[in-house]
Design a protein around this ligand. Structure first.
Ligand SMILES: C[S@@+](CC[C@H](N)C(=O)[O-])C[C@H]1O[C@@H](n2cnc3c(N)ncnc32)[C@H](O)[C@@H]1O
Length: 206
């Protein structure tokens, strides 16, 4: 009999986990801000000061300075990762920013310490999530009733600069379908991003 993870695995390719050794070049490279526009992403999200935000799959912490500034001293950013190799870097960034708590989660459950998360951000993470429907269902456990879920990722069907990295992308329509199956519906589509190879979707509870 198949176990729970096999039951929920999508019928599409899922990328392997990002290699932490490549973070300096790719996630923290000098061109990242140019193509990713983290500040503009957080601005578009309209993050409320004092709110609790969870950056799921935080990697080396690219989005943290922007989120930390937006929630302010009375708010909190939870930086979650499932690869131990990222934790020392994340803890360093968290110490410097002051309002960031680093959490070690698992691939099926981010194990967040709070249940009042108003915004989840998954920045170029979703294409690696092995059991996306059950994973997105798990997020409800930590969310306020009006929480938002922001998913930004490369779409293999789009063109742009940088182009979608081969094997490290997911179709926007698959994300929408899987999120719906997990109880999240699209509430906003944002399209300012320079590299049109990425989509930017905001979901709310259905
Ligand atoms: C390409 S990196 C992006 C890191 C960061 N969000 C950024 O944009 O710089 C993808 C990250 O997602 C993490 N990840 C993959 N599956 C995950 C899951 N189920 N839960 C949490 N993180 C996950 C990986 O460990 C990896 O650090």
């Amino acid at each position: 009999m198949p176990g729970p993870s096999r039951q929920t695995a999508p019928r599409r390719p899922v990328a392997p986990l990002f290699d932490p050794n490549l973070a300096p070049e790719i996630l923290d490279g000098s061109k990242r801000d140019w193509w990713q526009q983290g500040g503009k992403i957080v601005q578009a999200l309209g993050v409320r000061p004092g709110s609790v935000v969870a950056d799921i799959g935080a990697g080396s912490g690219y989005l943290l300075p922007f989120l930390s500034k937006a929630v302010g001293a009375k708010g909190m950013v939870i930086a979650e990762e499932i690869q131990l190799a990222f934790l020392p870097t994340l803890r360093g960034v968290g110490r410097d920013l002051g309002n960031v708590e680093v959490v070690f989660g698992s691939a099926d459950d981010p194990k967040l310490p709070r249940r009042d998360v108003t915004l989840f951000t998954l920045l170029t993470v979703y294409h690696e999530v092995q059991n996306p429907v059950s994973f997105l269902k798990t997020l409800h456990r930590y969310a306020t009733h009006d929480a938002r879920l922001a998913i930004i990722d490369f779409d293999p069907e789009r063109k742009g600069n940088p182009p979608p990295p081969q094997g490290h992308s997911v179709r926007e329509k698959d994300v929408i379908r899987e999120a719906r199956a997990a109880g999240w519906g699209v509430s906003q589509r944002i399209s300012f991003q320079y590299p049109h190879s990425q989509f930017f979707l905001i979901f709310k509870r259905l």
